[in-house]
Design a protein around this ligand. Sequence first.
Ligand SMILES: Cc1cc2nc3c(=O)[nH]c(=O)nc-3n(C[C@H](O)[C@H](O)[C@H](O)COP(=O)(O)OP(=O)(O)OC[C@H]3O[C@@H](n4cnc5c(N)ncnc54)[C@H](O)[C@@H]3O)c2cc1C
Ligand code: SF4
Length: 332
Amino acid sequence: MQSISYTRATTPEAALAAFSNAGEGARFIAGGTTLYDLMKLGIETPAHIIDVSDIDGFDAIETEGDTLRIGAMARMADVAAHPVIRDEYPVLAESLLKAASQQLRNMATVGGNLLQRTRCIYFRNGAGGISPCNKREPGSGCAAIGGLDRGQALFGASNVCTAVFPGDWPIALLALGAAVDVLGPNGHRTIPVAELYRLPGDTPHIEFSLTSDEIVTAITVPKRPARRSTYHKIRDRESYAFALVSAAVVLEMQGNNVRQARIALGGVASIPWRATEAETALIGHPLTRARALAAGQAAFANARPGQHNAFKLTLGPEVIADALMIAAQRNA
Ligand SMILES: Cc1cc2nc3c(=O)[nH]c(=O)nc-3n(C[C@H](O)[C@H](O)[C@H](O)COP(=O)(O)OP(=O)(O)OC[C@H]3O[C@@H](n4cnc5c(N)ncnc54)[C@H](O)[C@@H]3O)c2cc1C
Ligand code: SF4
């Protein structure tokens, strides 16, 4: 049995110092709902765990000024229930409420949610050499290619990894143009959510553009009119399941015409995916169901399905169209 040391940090400086002292094999942990899971599966094998969930003040939600600032250690349930987020940013609240279960949301943090790893069945079930996986063990191969690919990516995949990013909250954050504040040994930096995730390319094991010794301290969302927004998620059952296809939509209307549309997709790509073709197809036009569906079809025009996931070419445009119509009916 591998022994694991555990340090609970109450300041960011203490967390960084503990990480640096621990050396190889150190990992930060927040709610633990993903990391402990992966440890039980033998996929993650940290020797040192540095708990950042108790760092003072890093769970605050600040709504003053021109930026909404959400502490990375805030729990998913608390963020979803915050009055400003619930009333002004339905896309954010819904992306959290449609993720996981109430028990998980009570424990899991919004920072940890950003950094969850893929649910590719071969990645999760193959530790111990049962199925090759380039993300788990670089250079070992990919069991999903030529295997069961119902859950695999239609956008952004490479010829060594077709895994889908599974989360919901980052899709909503991408649609809103959010960024993450990060603290590491070299100080602070800010990473747009659009740049936080790396396409698999030849190195699918390198998933994020922050390094393992950096802590996400907060998520910042530029304030923009977002009451006309929604997170629409279709899954195999209506709760407690990851997205087959999801769409985060933020709409600005001018009369009946679309002034601005921001659309991001989940469940279909290697990273949270911005549907710019759909956005372009809408701007300046009245929003009818037919135009919304055409915009959805534009988003999937360049999709590359595998053997078992081509049904998303039909489902995906419908999800985008429904999301647009839901958002449009909301009061600005
Ligand atoms: C059964 C089940 C169903 C789920 N369904 C969904 C779903 O439908 N949609 C969805 O979006 N998610 C779903 N999830 C995932 C869940 O939302 C995540 O497990 C959770 O948000 C992770 O947060 P955490 O605080 O527990 O992270 P942890 O498990 O503590 O950490 C996750 C990762 O982030 C790193 N980390 C955590 N916090 C920080 C930080 N502040 N700075 C730097 N690194 C950090 C850790 O090192 C680790 O690698 C599900 C999970 C389970 C177990
Ligand atoms: S798709 Fe990616 S995560 Fe899944 S088995 Fe292949 S390399 Fe691993």
